[in-house]
Write a protein that binds this ligand. Structure first.
Ligand code: AMP
Length: 426
């Protein structure tokens, strides 16, 4: 298999921009990120972030807006998400592009947790907002901000459809044996305790993109996707359908991440509660914010980790080894589940940029038909193959474009298009 040049690939999304661009909103607990996206080619027409929303005291919010190659940065009072969105809309008017000129077709909202309710994008109405709100117990840090973002955006941009795109939706197709925890089934059922998976938009996009760039049908490929950003997750995708993923009830399970532990024995929690006197909130903070690469080395950015390793820092070297060891275990496990691996695709900040991580994960996996070619692995660029010609499995780097994927899902939800037919026709 080899990469089909872009000019020779049919673009199944060529009609998606007929009605205009999509404003994609990602509301975090204290931030709002936005991007105005062309759903055909995927370029961000304009993008911005508003951070430190609702900070106590005199702290100001930090606002950035990028358009036409120019980045504007300023401070502002941003007490809540409503004000954040008003500021963003003001920047479109002031700096550009004016949304009336850009022709917004829809607003896409990234929603973290769709529970077992949502297996695809949905056009938002009052009932959908209520249902997303009812899932707050599953995602207490994320869904409230998502709901607030949707409410405010519907108020301020009432003329266009709003679409909710869920991080969990792709993984609603997981088989029961992959999403079921082996705990008392009545307790699990009463409290919706099961694996949901996250980063689904990215895993789905990358698995589809792999097929497109290779000129193959996604139905014919067995792919392991490694989404390695500050959060990190792996998935095994068989014929376009996920059969396992590393994140669970929440994004804490699985791989070692920037600040999250990933898999630990759950008894670590009981042990620390009993012996360190830590309460639930402290344990939550420990495992989500003070663990992972940060907890082991003091830094969570892989560029800083590399500098520490090069300076001989032993904690940093161990953090790297623990990170890679966990990844290798998942690659091996997913190879076993898939039976045959056609492609291992690295994506997101670390996966796309850190050649040392890719090399270390694939080192010693020749027996599984997985290897990287040092020269190809060191090269930079867009979608690329980094394995040597002799391997049975391709190792690829495929940049993820979550905003583009959200924008396309918006078009599909509004136009009632089948995403599968769109992805596989190319
Ligand atoms: P993401 O969550 O996908 O935006 O990824 C963010 C993470 O990617 C950062 O915390 C870094 O660890 C990593 N990263 C970004 N750029 C590079 C780079 N050039 N080399 C290595 N790691 C990088």
């Amino acid at each position: 298999m080899s990469i089909v040049p872009e000019s020779e690939r049919p673009n199944p999304y060529s009609a998606y921009g007929a009605h205009g661009s999509v404003l994609v909103l990602n509301s975090g607990s204290s931030s709002l990120k936005y991007q105005l996206v062309n759903p055909v080619g995927g370029e961000a027409i304009a993008a911005g972030t508003i951070e430190r929303i609702g900070e106590a005291g005199d702290a100001k919010g930090i606002v950035t807006h990028t358009y036409g190659g120019n980045r504007t940065r300023r401070e502002a009072d941003v007490p809540d998400h409503g004000e954040a969105l008003r500021i963003a809309l003001g920047l479109f008017d002031e700096i550009g592009p004016r949304l009336s000129d850009a022709g917004i077709y829809a607003v896409g909202h990234r929603v973290v947790h769709g529970g077992a309710e949502f297996s695809g994008p949905v056009v938002v109405d009052d009932d959908v907002v209520d249902r997303i709100e009812s899932l707050v117990p599953l995602a207490p840090l994320h869904n409230p901000a998502n709901v607030q973002g949707i409410r405010v955006a519907r108020e301020l941009l009432g003329d266009v459809p709003h679409v909710a795109v869920f991080d969990t939706a792709f993984f609603q197709a997981l088989p029961a044996e992959a999403y079921t925890y082996a705990i008392d089934r009545e307790v699990a059922a009463a409290h919706d305790v099961r694996r949901y998976g996250f980063h689904g938009t990215s895993h789905q996009y990358v698995a589809g993109k792999v097929a497109r760039v290779l000129g193959r049908r996604v139905q014919d490929l067995h792919t392991i996707v490694l989404h390695l950003g500050n959060g990190a997750s792996a998935s095994a995708v068989k014929g376009g359908v996920p059969i396992d993923t590393s994140m669970g009830l929440t994004p804490l399970e699985g791989l070692v991440m920037g600040t999250r532990s990933g898999d630990v024995d759950p008894a670590v929690v009981f042990h620390l509660a009993r012996n360190a006197g830590m309460d639930i909130d402290e344990l939550d903070t420990l495992l989500n914010k003070r663990s992972g690469v940060l907890g082991l080395s003091g830094v969570n950015d892989f560029r800083e980790l590399r500098r520490l390793i090069d300076d001989g820092d032993e904690d940093a070297a161990l953090a790297f080894d623990v990170y890679v060891h966990r990844l290798k275990k998942y690659v091996g496990a997913y190879a076993a589940l898939l039976g045959r691996v056609d492609v291992v695709a690295f994506t997101a900040g670390v996966g796309e940029n850190d050649a040392a991580v890719r090399a270390a994960v694939c080192e010693g996996l020749e027996g599984l038909g997985i290897a990287v070619d040092p020269e190809r692995n060191a090269a930079r660029g867009g979608e690329r193959i980094v394995s040597p010609d002799w391997t049975s499995t391709l190792v690829m780097v495929v940049p993820t474009m979550e905003e583009l994927a959200i924008a396309r899902q918006c078009v599909e939800a509004v136009e009632h298009l089948s995403p599968a037919s769109a992805v596989t026709s190319g």
